[in-house]
Design a protein around this ligand. Structure first.
Ligand SMILES: *[C@@H]1O[C@H](CO)[C@@H](O)[C@H](O)[C@H]1NC(C)=O
Ligand SMILES: *[C@@H]1O[C@H](CO)[C@@H](O)[C@H](O)[C@H]1NC(C)=O
Ligand SMILES: *[C@@H]1O[C@H](CO)[C@@H](O)[C@H](O)[C@H]1NC(C)=O
Ligand SMILES: *[C@@H]1O[C@H](CO)[C@@H](O)[C@H](O)[C@H]1NC(C)=O
Ligand SMILES: *[C@@H]1O[C@H](CO)[C@@H](O)[C@H](O)[C@H]1NC(C)=O
Length: 467
């Protein structure tokens, strides 16, 4: 999920949405799951699988006679070792992005499967990657009528239908299914276990902020955690970032300001507003907090170990007299250009095709986020639902349904509810990960448990940590 921007800008055309809008509208898209250490065993992306497609019903919840369908992509692990019919199935609930990317970065699933003689399946979320309704991304993302079927409920129903059919084809109806997922995919895994207990026996939900809705957790928690991650590395780095927003605005408003900023930050195109740049910086800080691993990684971006420490070192080490914004450039260069091979920065880049999150944020996934003046290194910002909703109307012609997720899946009084009605769910969180703020961090019952890594980011899960 993308960290939430300070203020909202509107995409001009929906077809530009994947490129422009996700960075600008509210809630964060998720980064993914158990990011995997680069170079371990067969290397990132080295897992072997077959790609398959399944004809999926577009709308599971109504009958209009049309019976529109689309091809859903799913990946099936090739490694032998499945126990065969009746043996376990590890099913990854795809998030808002290309499923092959998540498969390449979910080492836990692949590494745990052989121990349980489990079959590995990664299913792609509708409207992402190749799983496009209406035949193409352009058509699927055309307008609110074509996007209407992009919801969490439809996605979970896809997984239920796919699993049922797959088990039948494998003559494996009795197979226990364990759901996996990270971030939004982790939310889907937990919710699916609650909604379809007859289809899956358990779920492992990594970095899944199922409580980041309405007023369940403090609205400032996400940005407070990101800010603390920087502050614990370096107070001066934290302060430089905190001071930079004002300078950015001042410079942007000055003579040839946008041009100068574009040069300072080595952008491919001249900025149209300072907002585009602050969202881009904002995203870098949020993502860094999600992947602040003690070893180098290559999930969102190729990064060194302890990337926040590196970013801060670069911000702090510049010669006296270096301007705040030049320091900031030197810092984010670690995130966006660690390989040193980027010629210029394209603010609209969306390499993993996560643009659809914008629509989801404007419909069901309303995660209110603010940043506080005192604790945060971000500009003070108070979430304002009315303007959020207005922007959604302008962008998509739809008004969000901010209470729907808790109505559909719960969230309030979660401990009491899951203790009574939930079972076999593991919630995984690293406390450096800003999404842990909306996660389940306490053991709820004997089989609804929380595993918390105090110094972890989005859990880079080592098999031994769980099993
Ligand atoms: C998008 O929708 C409009 C009308 O709603 C239609 O005229 C147009 O052909 C659609 N475009 C695509 C690519 O489907
Ligand atoms: C199950 O087999 C049928 C018939 O070959 C096929 O159409 C369908 O796509 C298969 N289901 C899955 C989940 O692959
Ligand atoms: C990326 O890093 C290289 C090597 O340090 C540098 O030459 C280049 O200018 C950087 N790219 C951008 C866009 O700043
Ligand atoms: C939460 O659940 C417990 C146990 O069912 C109940 O006693 C309590 O009143 C609930 N609290 C709220 C705020 O609903
Ligand atoms: C929850 O219980 C498990 C043992 O069942 C333990 O390993 C874990 O640390 C506990 N989690 C928390 C947050 O206390």
């Amino acid at each position: 999920m993308h960290p939430p921007p300070r203020r909202l800008l509107l995409p001009l055309f929906l077809c530009l949405l994947p490129a422009v809008a996700w960075a600008l509208l509210p809630p964060p898209r998720f980064p993914g799951p158990h990011a995997r250490r680069a170079g371990v065993r067969d290397g990132v992306g080295g897992y072997e699988f077959d790609t398959r497609y399944f004809r999926q019903r577009l709308d599971h919840f109504s009958f209009s006679g049309g019976e529109e369908s689309f091809q859903q992509r799913y990946l099936v692990g090739r490694a032998g070792g499945w126990a065969g019919p009746g043996g376990p199935i590890f099913f990854y609930c795809g998030n808002e992005g290309d499923i092959a990317w998540f498969a390449a970065n979910s080492g836990l699933v692949w590494e745990a499967a052989p121990r349980f003689a489990a079959l590995v399946v990664f299913a792609e979320h509708r409207y992402y990657g190749e799983s496009m309704p209406f035949g193409s991304k352009e058509k699927a993302y055309n307008n609110s009528r074509s996007l209407a079927y992009l919801t969490a409920e439809q996605a979970i129903a896809d997984y239920a239908v796919l699993l049922t059919d797959l088990k039948r084809n494998l003559s494996s109806e009795s197979s226990p299914v364990v759901l996996f997922g990270g971030s939004y995919g982790g939310m889907l895994a937990a919710w699916m276990r609650l909604k379809y207990p007859h289809i899956a026996v358990g779920a492992l939900a990594s970095s899944a902020p199922i409580l980041q809705f309405e007023d369940i957790v403090p609205q400032t928690i996400f940005y407070d955690i990101v800010s603390n991650d920087f502050k614990r590395e370096s107070l001066s780095c934290f302060q430089t970032i905190k001071d930079s927003w004002k300078e950015l605005d001042e410079q942007g408003n000055g003579q040839d300001g946008l041009l100068k900023l574009s040069k300072t930050f080595h952008l491919c195109q001249t900025l149209k507003t300072t907002g585009g740049l602050s969202d881009w910086l904002n995203s870098a800080y949020g993502f860094l907090a999600m992947v602040d691993y003690p070893m180098s990684s290559d999930f969102l971006m190729p990064l060194p170990s302890n990337p926040i420490k590196e970013v801060c070192r670069n911000i702090d080490k510049q010669l006296d007299g270096t301007s705040t914004l030049e320091r900031i450039y030197a810092g984010v260069n670690i995130y966006y250009n660690y390989t040193g091979t980027v010629d210029c920065f394209d603010l609209d880049d969306d390499p993993h095709g996560m643009g659809g999150w914008q629509w989801q944020a404007c419909t069901e996934m309303v995660m209110p986020m603010s940043s506080s003046e005192s604790l945060s290194m971000f500009p003070p910002y108070e979430f304002d639902y009315a303007s959020y909703a207005d922007d959604c109307v302008k962008s998509f012609g739809v008004r969000p349904s901010p209470r729907w997720i808790t109505t559909e899946f719960g969230g309030h009084n979660i401990s009491a509810v899951l203790e009574k009605f939930g079972s076999n769910i593991i919630f995984f969180n690293g406390l450096l990960d800003p999404w842990s703020g909306g996660g389940v961090l306490k053991n709820i019952s004997g089989s609804v448990v929380a595993i918390v890594a105090p110094l972890g980011s989005v859990p880079l899960v080592q098999t031994d940590a769980v099993f």
